[in-house]
Design a protein around this ligand. Structure first.
Ligand SMILES: Nc1ncnc2c1ncn2[C@@H]1O[C@H](COP(=O)(O)OP(=O)(O)OP(=O)(O)O)[C@@H](O)[C@H]1O
Length: 254
């Protein structure tokens, strides 16, 4: 069953068509990898899904609801969490505060209730704290939650971004180059983490240049080149696809 359905998505910037007629499905409970050479349009697809850009043409359905015209916070509210290619943390805030920022999108009481210290707000704050600590424990960053985010290693900052996205309680988690800047050991731990995320019932869509990671975690891989989808299949099918080898694997990564 499809959780996310992209149909004939197209997005141009001036004269450049960054994404052209892209269609694919992400099934409930699956891990899907989106790969392609630099500039192929991968991040643009993520930005279209999360409402940062609106497509020129095409349709995006999440749980059979169209995401077109919705703003990012509504899309997060529907159950799509994401991390970014370049780390976007509040560096001076604590590890915990960074994750709490993710929880707040689920809180229903507004600033007015917060000012008055109303019961519902206090209850929600307590729940948010619990959720944030759970998310930190899940990625293994719960030991020193009050330290500033900037004290964490690069690899751990990436995990903190994952924790923040998990705190929004997503049904679909979108990861943009999660292994970027990680060493081999950190990447191994990330592979295990992505599998644990899926075993919690969260569907995963990821962009990653680390072919070892993509091939090992994905059930399905979609390949973009110059904005168009040139192949879709299992890791084995993708590895053996001559068009992919020519466009991508055979050139840059081998
Ligand atoms: N806001 C924008 N304005 C103009 N051009 C853009 C914009 N965003 C992306 N592009 C262009 O669209 C094309 C696709 O970019 P995109 O970042 O989606 O590729 P990518 O596959 O994610 O690349 P990489 O692997 O290098 O991150 C590129 O040529 C890029 O320069």
């Amino acid at each position: 069953m499809s959780l996310l359905r992209l149909r004939r998505l197209t997005k141009s910037f001036g004269g450049l068509t960054a994404v052209h007629n892209v269609s694919f499905d992400v099934n409930v409970g699956s891990i899907v990898g989106l790969i392609g050479p630099n500039g192929a349009g991968k991040t643009t697809v993520f930005n279209l899904i999360t409402g940062i850009y609106q497509p020129d043409q095409g349709e995006i359905l999440f749980n059979n609801t169209s995401l077109l015209g919705l703003r990012t916070h509504r899309i997060i509210g529907l159950g799509i969490g994401r991390t970014f290619q370049t780390i976007r943390l509040f560096q001076s805030l604590s590890v915990l505060e960074n994750v709490l920022a993710g929880c707040h999108c689920r809180m229903r009481s507004g600033a007015f209730a917060a000012m008055l210290g109303l019961g519902r707000h206090r209850r929600e704050e307590k729940e948010a704290l619990e959720q944030a600590m759970n998310a930190l424990a899940f990625v293994g960053l719960d030991k020193n939650p009050l330290q500033p985010a900037k004290n964490l290693s690069y690899g751990n900052q990436r995990l903190l971004e994952v924790a923040r996205a998990l705190a929004t309680q997503p049904k679909l988690l979108i990861l943009d180059e999660p292994a970027g800047g990680m060493n081999e050991q950190e990447t191994e731990a990330l592979i295990e983490l992505i599998r644990r995320i899926r075993s919690r019932g969260i569907t995963v869509l990821l962009i990653e240049h680390d072919m070892n990671l993509v091939m090992r975690v994905s059930e399905k891989i979609v390949v973009l080149e110059h904005g168009s989808c040139i192949a879709e299949g299992t890791p084995w099918e993708i590895k053996a696809n001559p068009r992919v080898i020519e466009a991508y694997l055979g050139t840059e990564e081998d």
